[in-house]
Ligand binder design. Structure first.
Ligand SMILES: [Zn+2]
Length: 293
């Protein structure tokens, strides 16, 4: 139910999901977040944490993660180790402290089991490939075992790691960060699907770069593939171009932890980059430098 996660943060039940979006050329399975406001708090939470349908056959504890699965899961499974290492990656790159708050991962053995569970306990939610929720008592990820499970779990688990220490992270930035870290570690956040999508927009003349527009987004229902791709691009630019930009993102997240009303990232960037127009132009130039010739 809706309640205070702490004395300072109103908990959002958030849903990070695989949403089928995209234009005719590219159908990207992009994650989305849906707030309790748009879905109804009671419908989102009623009884799920005690449900007998939850995966219970095996349980693996890996750092902050408590992984419940329908099937035997080895502690040394590469995916488990990968998700555990992700905790350090997220912490170090974003300059965030490590939390001990458990992030529960519920892994269903097949799509039917997952769909039945999601349909019964989260009936207001659209059908999604995987999702993350944050309640006053628990951070939890739900996913069926399927071909893209590694990518989905990296994405959703990133939400868990971030929300454990920055519960009020803005929607667009939350998704941009998760998109960045959903990629395998060796890829340094280079999301080729998003680059291809945005490069197509550049060619069409319909590429719109506007961080303030992203900051105005309030619910996942408003997020299109363009928003996901642009959110990822801002995060990639901040983390991968200069130490000053990386520090700006880190400082912003640290401030959001302490003060929900802290100055938005757009204002900070505009100040540092010589104005909002120059800042948006710098991001566009970054996209052009990444785009295939
Ligand atoms: Zn997400």
């Amino acid at each position: 139910m809706a309640s205070l996660r702490s004395s300072r943060f109103v908990a959002q039940i958030t849903l990070a999901v695989g949403l089928v979006t995209g234009c005719a050329q590219i159908a990207v399975l992009a994650p989305a977040r849906i707030t309790e406001t748009s879905l109804g708090r009671a419908a989102a939470t009623a009884g799920w944490s005690d449900a007998t349908e939850l995966p219970r056959r095996s349980e693996v504890v890996a750092g902050q993660l408590v992984i419940h699965a329908d099937f035997p899961l080895a502690e040394q499974h590469r995916l488990v180790r990968d998700l555990e290492a992700l905790r350090i990656d997220v912490s170090q790159r974003l300059g965030l402290p490590i939390s001990d708050e458990p992030v529960h991962l519920y892994l269903f053995e097949n799509q039917d089991r997952y769909d039945a569970f999601a349909g019964r306990y989260f009936p207001g939610f659209p059908v999604r490939r995987a999702f993350f929720i944050e309640t006053d008592t628990r951070l939890a990820v739900f996913a069926p075992w399927q071909d893209r499970i590694a990518e989905d779990l990296r994405h959703e688990t990133t939400h868990g790691y971030v929300h454990a220490v920055v519960p009020a992270v803005p929607l667009w930035l939350d998704e941009g960060i998760a998109e960045y870290f959903e990629l395998p570690r060796g890829e340094q956040g280079m999301h080729t699907e998003h680059i291809a999508h945005l490069a197509g927009r550049l060619i069409e003349g319909t590429c719109r770069i506007d961080i303030e527009r992203l900051e105005s987004l309030q619910s996942a229902g408003e997020l299109s593939q363009d928003h996901y791709a642009e959110s990822w691009l801002w995060v990639h630019w901040l983390l991968n171009t200069t130490p000053e930009r990386k520090k700006m993102l880190q400082d912003y997240l640290a401030d959001v932890r302490r003060d929900l009303k802290t100055a938005p990232l757009s204002a900070r960037l505009a100040h540092a980059e010589g104005g909002a127009v120059a800042c948006n132009a710098a991001l566009r130039a970054h996209l052009e430098s990444l785009s295939p010739r």
